[in-house]
Design a protein around this ligand. Structure first.
Ligand SMILES: C[S@@+](CC[C@H](N)C(=O)[O-])C[C@H]1O[C@@H](n2cnc3c(N)ncnc32)[C@H](O)[C@@H]1O
Length: 347
């Protein structure tokens, strides 16, 4: 054990099982358990070695009972737009492709449960208690408590470039809204998730984020019900007019993206006018249209359209704007930030 502590970042012997074609192990150290493969664990190790106490109670909100939603986070003071509300490190990370999908559990479900339960058991009693207290939407008899907790509360993050689900217990208290007032960004370097105010928030308002990445209102409602177990009652889901208006905007956005990648647009003026319309569509407060990252993504779409038509100056301007947006919405460690910096260098 001494050798392990001196020569690896892990304080417990990794315990491994073959799941599908992957050798998946439980790696644990100082308040973090990972269920993953060696490549992702090696990448996380760098972050784990640097683990500093980033996770602290936020001074900006308190957790309260919210009628019809279980617990939720309520602002205790006015929070200006752009304020960093809370930064938290994960307690548990698990590689996503080890999981089955919601309708067809895996044949090796028992192995996954064994690994997840091992990962939980290797945390301290206080940490295990924090996990036990989280909300849980029970799916059925095939999944264990810890898998259901992960599915109800996990955030999608990349470890070593591989998709994982991460459990961040404090942040887990934020409920969903279709027009949320916060967004989150993730650092693959520190594994931390940071929540930021998307607009000015008044004391007493509930803090929310969007659980869904851009999709139609019907798909969103279906996913919220089947994955998180609740009926979406926000104004977009409830009002037929708002639903229709949002779906129309979504359809227009897709049509603009198609036009920008087709031969139809040939002059610089036409391209700028379409790109302006596209950016106005994703600049509203509808999270279904503009989840985090959407601003940067759409500016890249505009930049690519300009570049392929030989409008170099315009392409550079959109790429610079895309980089600025990627830093705001993804954070400085976001993978797209590095890519966009490289693109600008060779432009
Ligand atoms: C990540 S947790 C959010 C915090 C949770 N309310 C709690 O008590 O810890 C997700 C669960 O919260 C509830 N929830 C989240 N957003 C909701 C909403 N807009 N309306 C109703 N319930 C919601 C659902 O039960 C969902 O499965």
């Amino acid at each position: 054990m001494d050798y392990l502590i001196q020569h690896t970042p892990w304080t417990q012997l990794p315990r491994c099982l073959q799941v599908k074609d992957l050798a998946a192990c439980v790696y644990t150290r100082d308040g973090l358990s990972l269920v993953t493969t060696l490549d992702a664990a090696s990448d996380a190790a760098a972050a784990v070695i640097e683990l500093h106490k980033l996770s602290q109670q936020s001074l900006f909100y308190e957790v309260r009972e919210i009628p019809g939603k279980g617990k939720g986070a309520v602002a205790t003071r006015d929070i200006p737009r752009g304020t960093s509300i809370i930064t938290e490190l994960p307690l548990l990370l698990a590689r996503l492709d080890l999981f089955g999908n919601e309708t067809s559990p895996l044949p090796h479900q028992d192995k996954l449960q064994h690994l997840l339960q091992g990962a939980l058991a290797q945390l301290s009693m206080a940490e295990q208690q924090a996990v036990q207290n989280l909300a849980i939407f029970q799916r059925g008899s095939d999944t264990s408590f810890i898998e259901d907790v992960l599915r109800t509360n996990g955030l999608g993050v990349n470890v070593g470039g591989i998709a994982h689900t991460g459990l961040y217990p404090r942040i887990s208290r934020l409920n969903h809204a279709c027009r949320p007032n916060t967004f989150w960004r993730y650092s693959p370097r520190t594994l931390a998730v940071e929540f930021v105010a998307l607009r000015d928030i008044a004391a007493g308002e509930e803090l929310t984020h969007s659980y869904i990445q851009r999709d139609t209102v019907e798909v969103t409602r279906h996913d919220l019900l089947t994955h998180w177990g609740f009926n979406c009652t926000c104004e977009v889901c409830s009002s037929r007019d708002q639903r229709q208006a949002l779906d129309d905007k979504m359809a227009r956005l897709k049509a603009i993206e198609m036009s920008l990648s087709s031969e139809q647009v040939s002059t610089e003026d036409d391209l700028v006018s379409l790109a302006d319309e596209m950016m106005a569509l994703v600049d509203g407060d509808d999270a279904l249209l503009a989840p985090r990252g959407a601003y940067s993504y759409h500016l890249v779409v505009a930049a690519q359209a300009a570049w392929t038509r030989g409008f170099g100056g315009l392409a550079q301007r959109y790429t610079e704007q895309a980089l600025a947006a990627a830093i705001v919405y993804g954070g400085p460690d976001d993978e797209h930030v590095g890519v966009l910096r490289q693109v600008l260098k060779i432009m």
